[in-house]
Design a binder for this molecule. Structure first.
Ligand code: NAD
Ligand code: UDX
Length: 462
């Protein structure tokens, strides 16, 4: 089966960039990204894209209006496609059975019902969203039970491994493409049809094909392993601080062992992002559901350690500032969960700002890409009431404006521009003693101390 028309349900951080890349690489395939969120679709059709991602503007501009389209007409997009990616959100369930652990699959289910209602002929449905193992079976059942026009379907799993901030590079040159499908002649034909789309720019040997359940589970496991490495190094950061060791030196030493490798062992104030916590909770829930409490507990510890890392950072600030931050201005540099994205989902900054506000600190936040409305929304959802938000939170347009008259400064996102701060200028602007809490270990310790700062760098002993 040759694919000539693709649609994607969900114009988010995954659907938008991924479809833009497919459209840019396959000019003969019509690619339509459909979402009911009118504001988001309007932004995708404008010069101010809803997702900040280096290189994204260029590929969207190349393909948009040619073979890349963004629409709110979801039914028409489904009807016109041979292959439909489902890239809707799968957040952690916040209610009922499995609340706080299981994935909320309501968007997946409604997408499947809509596909069944609208489709005619044969269609390939591709799970792009991260979902619990066996979800393809539920999708197959919903499609079979609701198809009104005798359509036939093959369901594939094709998880996305891009990381935000490097999405375009990851999509252009992926470590691998994973495609799972039924091991029947029809399933294998669908796998081949999707593989042939990626083969336009990805070498065949990087395309791994497997069965549905292995593919679905691999995505959760990949994220759990990555997050586990961060929690492992963060546990060691605390030991380094207590002993005088340097966590970056330890990471460098262990990372040269080819069995360990150098990536994902950078200590931080805690991992954030929409995926790691959600996907590990999902894995924990799966282990519990399949009667494997010890395996569940093992993975739960990765999240426990991450929560501890965020809390101990706040405690360090409060203790160092003579056990009170009440009324003290604290400059917060970085609110996004990592550099080169405007995404704040599960950002460590939300937890740290919330806890400082509960201590009645005044916080002055600067982030180069996150807008004020997003910061207000995040802090409100974290439980900060509007009055405290209005009196104790200031949004600044430079690191220097945030630092002015502050008692302390904390770096929470590793934006490149923070590596080139004018430190003498910062020092002059701040109250004395001037405290720095570097949650990303990006500032030069020796230079800070030489200037007179009282500096705490995550994972670095005195
Ligand atoms: P997102 O919240 O940015 O976007 C999801 C979009 O789906 C929303 O705009 C929503 O309006 C839309 N939607 C919901 N139901 C729909 C429907 N029936 N039809 C059309 N649109 C619908 O989410 P995201 O970050 O793009 O993540 C999507 C999925 O990809 C999740 O399962 C996530 O776990 C997974 N994932 C995310 C990343 C990442 O870095 N963000 C990486 C890999 C995988
Ligand atoms: C992650 C996975 O990397 C990606 O493959 C998957 O598709 C989606 O989830 P993402 O969350 O976008 O991607 O970013 P990632 O680079 O993994 O960073 C996640 C968090 O871990 C960030 O807060 C980052 O700052 C933190 N991190 C990362 C560390 O603290 N130390 C590290 O060494 C690496």
């Amino acid at each position: 089966m040759k694919i000539t028309s693709i649609c994607c349900l969900g114009a988010g951080y995954v659907g938008g960039p991924t479809m833009a890349m497919i459209a840019a690489k396959c000019p003969d395939i019509r690619v339509t990204v459909a979402d009911m969120n009118e504001k988001r679709i309007a932004a995708w059709n404008s010069d101010d894209l809803p997702v900040y991602e280096p290189g994204l503007d260029d590929i969207v501009t190349t393909a948009r209006g040619r073979n890349l389209h963004f629409t709110t007409d979801i039914k028409a997009a489904i009807a016109g496609a041979d292959l439909i990616f489902v890239s809707v959100g799968t957040p952690t369930k916040s209610y009922g059975i499995g609340a706080g652990r299981a994935a909320d699959l309501r968007y997946i289910e409604s997408a499947a019902r809509l596909i069944a209602e609208v489709s005619e002929g044969h269609k390939i449905i591709v799970e792009k969203s991260t979902i619990p193992v066996k979800t393809a079976s539920a999708i197959q059942t919903i499609l079979a039970a609701n198809s009104t026009k005798d359509a036939t379907f093959q369901v594939l799993s094709n998880p996305e491994f891009l990381a935000e901030g490097t999405a375009i590079a990851d999509l252009e040159n992926p470590d691998r493409i994973l495609i799972g499908g039924e091991q029947t002649p029809e399933g294998l034909a669908a796998i081949q049809a999707l593989a042939s789309v990626y083969q336009r720019w990805v070498p065949r040997e990087k395309i791994i094909t497997t069965n549905l359940w292995s593919s679905e589970l691999s995505k959760l496991v990949a994220n759990a392993f990555l997050a586990q490495r961060i929690s492992s190094i963060n546990s060691i950061s605390a030991l380094c601080e207590a002993t005088g060791a340097d966590v970056d030196e330890v990471a460098r030493a262990i990372g040269t062992d080819s069995r360990i490798g150098p990536k994902f062992i950078k200590s931080s104030v805690g991992f954030g992002g929409s995926c790691f916590q959600k996907d590990i909770l999902n894995l924990v829930y799966l282990c519990q559901s399949f009667g494997l409490p010890d395996a569940a507990e093992y993975w739960r510890q990765v999240i426990h350690l991450n929560d501890w890392q965020k809390s101990r950072f706040v405690e360090k600030i409060v203790r160092t500032l003579f056990n009170t931050v009440n009324g003290k201005r604290i400059a917060i540099l970085g609110f996004a969960f990592k550099k080169d994205t405007n995404d704040t989902r599960e950002s460590a900054a939300i937890h740290i700002c919330r806890d400082l506000l509960r201590e009645r600190a005044h916080i002055a936040i600067y982030d180069p890409q996150v807008d004020a409305a997003q910061i207000h929304q995040d802090l409100t959802e974290a439980g900060i009431d509007p009055e405290l938000l209005a009196t104790n939170v200031e949004l600044c347009d430079s690191p220097y404006a945030a630092a002015e008259n502050s008692h302390a400064l904390a770096t929470l996102t590793e934006w490149d521009e923070f590596r080139h701060l004018d430190l003498p200028r910062l020092y002059d602007l701040m109250l004395k003693p001037a405290f720095v809490f570097d949650g990303r270990a990006i500032l030069p310790t020796t230079a800070l101390k030489a200037l007179g700062f009282d500096a705490f760098i995550i994972g670095k002993g005195a």
